[in-house]
Design a protein around this ligand. Structure first.
Ligand code: FES
Ligand code: FES
Length: 159
């Protein structure tokens, strides 16, 4: 067993070096908001933040995440208050089936942490590794722009 810090809490999990971070999050910790899409690094549905940077959990051996801060979609809201990016996705209607949404939101949080007012081109580039089978890309871009404005209006960067 080893400790994994997820959403601000230390969890004891069995470490099998062959396991992906995605497997441990979903199967050991039951954090099923992070989705298994392709399992091959192509779709972005499995993205989580590791030390604030979006990574594909299906391609990340869990051993690489030990000692680092992992944030999943379940860790973004503060109690009843949605994270600004979550709020923006709701306001923009930026999901249909929702399967890609947690990965999209995690990618957007990572982008806005390094670029608080990204251009459309920057948004497209940052979200390039996230696929939406429902084709909701225009609304997703709108949502990221809204999140940027929400955060600016609140007088601070996206947490
Ligand atoms: S499930 Fe990880 S990139 Fe598709
Ligand atoms: S909303 Fe269905 S895959 Fe994106």
């Amino acid at each position: 067993m080893t400790k994994l810090r997820v959403n601000g809490t230390d969890h004891s999990v069995p470490i099998d070096p062959d396991r992906s971070l995605l497997y441990v999050l979903r199967e050991e910790l039951r954090l099923t908001g992070t989705k298994y899409g392709c399992g091959e690094g192509e779709c972005g549905a499995c993205k989580v933040l590791v030390d604030g940077v979006a990574v594909r959990a299906c391609q990340t051996p869990v051993g690489e995440a030990v000692g680092r801060s992992i944030v999943t979609i379940e860790g973004l809201a503060q109690g009843e208050h949605l994270h600004p990016v979550q709020q923006a996705f709701v306001e923009a209607g930026a999901f249909q089936c929702g399967f890609c949404t947690s990965g999209m939101i995690i990618a957007a949080v990572s982008l806005l942490a390094r670029s608080s007012q990204p251009s459309v081109e920057e948004i497209r580039a940052a979200m390039d590794g996230n696929l939406c089978r429902c084709g909701g890309y225009l609304r997703i871009i709108d949502a990221v722009q809204r999140a940027s404005r929400l955060s600016s209006g609140a007088g601070g960067a996206v947490p």
